[in-house]
Design a protein around this ligand. Structure first.
Ligand code: HEC
Length: 136
């Protein structure tokens, strides 16, 4: 039984080693959107556990986000430069993790205003990538 449970985990790991697909990224994005909703719900219900749960998922997921294989292998140098902007991605990732930690600390300390501010900084980071990379 235990072994059966391990197989999908190994399969996923191999998948990641092979690269990062568009489907992987869409799934990660949806996970992060849900995590952000959870954090907001935690704010509204004044529930630290829900906030922490959302932060956890967000932090675990943002570290996986990067350019997908077809973007990394793009022959068009300009497009590749835009889509595989590692410097920007790393910076955004760092900020999101920092602000996530802020949310946890501030909300735990009863400072909902500061927690909310950190939350909105994360939203800005999400949109920064969407605007610059996605041109949304
Ligand atoms: C490094 C760049 C980057 C960052 C940072 C980023 N996104 Fe995205 N996001 C994308 C890209 C690229 C897509 C388009 C995915 C695709 O269709 O290939 C996307 C798509 C999405 C989608 C639509 C997914 C779907 O079902 O089509 C959602 C929702 C989303 N992002 C949420 C977020 C949230 C929430 C954050 C911040 C916590 C975030 N994103 C941060 C690049 C980013």
């Amino acid at each position: 039984m235990k072994r059966l449970l391990l197989i999908p985990i190994i399969a996923t790991t191999i998948n990641y080693a092979n690269g990062y697909t568009q489907a992987d990224r869409i799934l990660d994005m949806q996970k992060m959107a849900k995590a952000m909703e959870a954090i907001q719900t935690g704010f509204f219900y004044n529930n630290l556990d829900i906030v922490n749960e959302g932060v956890d998922v967000l932090e675990k997921t943002i570290v996986k986000v990067r350019a997908i294989d077809s973007e990394v292998n793009n022959k068009d140098i300009y497009e590749k430069w835009i889509n595989n902007n590692l410097k920007m991605t790393n910076k955004i990732r760092k900020k999101i993790i920092q602000k996530s930690e802020d949310i946890k600390a501030r909300f735990k300390a009863g400072d909902a205003i500061q927690a909310l501010q950190a939350y909105s900084k994360i939203t800005q980071q999400c949109m920064k990538c969407h605007i610059q990379i996605r041109k949304w």
